[in-house]
Design a protein around this ligand. Structure first.
Ligand SMILES: [Zn+2]
Ligand SMILES: [Zn+2]
Length: 424
């Protein structure tokens, strides 16, 4: 009996063991299958989450961009007035509420991102007018870049949101001088002012001939340097330079510094002749090989010549001060066969006395470059876009539109500022 029971127990145990073993195997399979399913589910949902995130980000970005454009549009159209600097006369600039400009046929309205102070504006601030450029009361400022907010009928090539630099003038394209490729001397140069403001209207002719798109990587305040840089490039190119030439630049103001920087980038040996401490450092940073710091014309001539072989004189001398004495100084700086450029415009009615013998027997070329042409404006913007030109070095301060008077007063006291970006 006992043997039968024992056998039965043994059999029973084996059956139980088999059942347990099979059960474990089944359970393991289920767990494994479940894990794989979970892995797949997790991976699929990750991908879904990523797709949703990417799409969501795109949607948010496009909404932000659309929103910005809508806001800009609303800013322009839901407001009838804007803040702008109005020149009333000598040292009399007032920030006033004036009507927001509207774009007529062929015209643009830009929201101003940055307007730069300029020596010409400083002159106008001191004198209260500029015969060719501005007669008060008038909107003021001419170096700026901004964003298109309104496109007039037929102003082809521009759309709201475009980043542009609009030059301060455009030639007629019809007159004798335009026909001879001397658009800077156009009989009917159209000037535009009003850069120190929230918005500015760009006349159709400037839209058609002198409004340039600015690439995304170029800050608009750098692009605003296009106008003065065009003048500098024009003056330099007109002086018939060759790489390796020795070039003396008289004057450490914004234009003098720009000319010397352009000359250095071109491969010339530049001697900067400046007065103030701040200008010495700026001239060095912008590539001057030598800096002569003096307010004595005799010393400037002696020291500059001493920097050339056998006191021969420089190949090219460019005057960027706008004083008759400095014009005469420039003639004394050049070697036989050299070129002088009277780049700085002097006050109306001034005259100079020149040594006729020296000019004739030393075969000296005299030039005087004024303003810019549409082609040169494009060269200037290319220079800024290219990155070798140190645009940032020329903008030494930022100020709000409301601080404009203070900024000009500071500039009159010969601060070390080169240009201040006025942000409306
Ligand atoms: Zn200017
Ligand atoms: Zn013309």
């Amino acid at each position: 009996m006992a043997g039968t029971v024992k056998a039965a127990i043994l059999r029973g145990r084996k059956t139980v063991e088999t059942v347990v073993e099979e059960g474990r195997k089944k359970a393991e399979k289920v767990v494994e299958g479940g894990l794989n399913t979970v892995d797949t589910v997790v991976e699929v949902s990750f991908n879904t989450v990523e797709t949703v995130m990417v799409e969501g980000r795109k949607k948010v970005e496009s909404a932000v961009s659309l929103g910005r454009k809508t806001v800009e549009h609303a800013l322009l159209h839901d407001r009838s007035t804007m803040q702008a600097a109005v020149l009333h006369g000598r040292e009399d600039i007032r920030i006033e509420s004036v009507p927001v400009p509207e774009a007529g046929p062929g015209e643009l309205v830009l929201s101003v991102d940055a307007a730069l102070t300029c020596g010409t504006d400083l002159k106008v601030f001191r004198r209260g007018y500029h015969a060719r450029m501005i007669v008060p009361p008038a909107l003021f400022g001419h170096e700026m870049a901004g964003t298109v907010v309104e496109v007039g009928e037929g102003a082809g090539g521009f759309a709201p949101g475009d980043r542009v630099v609009a030059l301060n003038s455009a030639p007629c394209g019809q007159c004798y001088f335009c026909a001879h490729g001397q658009e800077n001397l156009c009989d009917d140069l159209l000037f535009n002012n009003g850069a120190y403001a929230e918005f500015i209207r760009i006349p159709a002719r400037i839209v058609a001939k002198n409004t340039l798109h600015v690439l995304e990587h170029v800050p608009l305040e750098h692009a605003a340097l296009t106008e003065p840089l065009a003048c500098a490039v024009h003056g330099f190119e007109d002086s018939n330079p060759h790489p390796g030439d020795t070039v003396a630049v008289i004057g450490g103001g914004p234009l003098g510094l720009m000319i010397l920087h352009v000359a250095a980038l071109y491969g010339c040996q530049v001697i900067a002749i400046v007065k103030h401490d701040g200008q010495v450092e700026a001239a060095r940073q912008l590539g001057a090989a030598h800096v002569v710091q003096t307010s004595s014309i005799r010393k400037a001539i002696r020291d500059t010549r001493a920097l050339t072989e056998k006191n021969r004189g420089v190949d090219i001398a460019i005057e960027a001060v706008g004083m008759p004495e400095a014009w005469q100084e420039a003639v004394e700086l050049v070697r036989k066969g050299g070129t002088v450029n009277f780049f700085g415009g002097c006050a109306l009615g001034t005259h100079v006395t020149l040594d006729t013998n020296r000019i004739h027997y030393s075969d000296i070329t005299l030039r005087a470059t004024f303003h810019h042409t549409p082609a040169i404006c494009r060269t200037a913007l290319d220079l800024i876009t290219g990155g070798r030109f140190q645009a940032g070095a020329f903008i030494t301060g930022h100020a709000h539109l409301y601080e404009l008077n203070r900024v000009f007063e500071k500039l009159m006291n010969r601060s070390s500022e080169i240009k201040t970006a006025i942000v409306p």
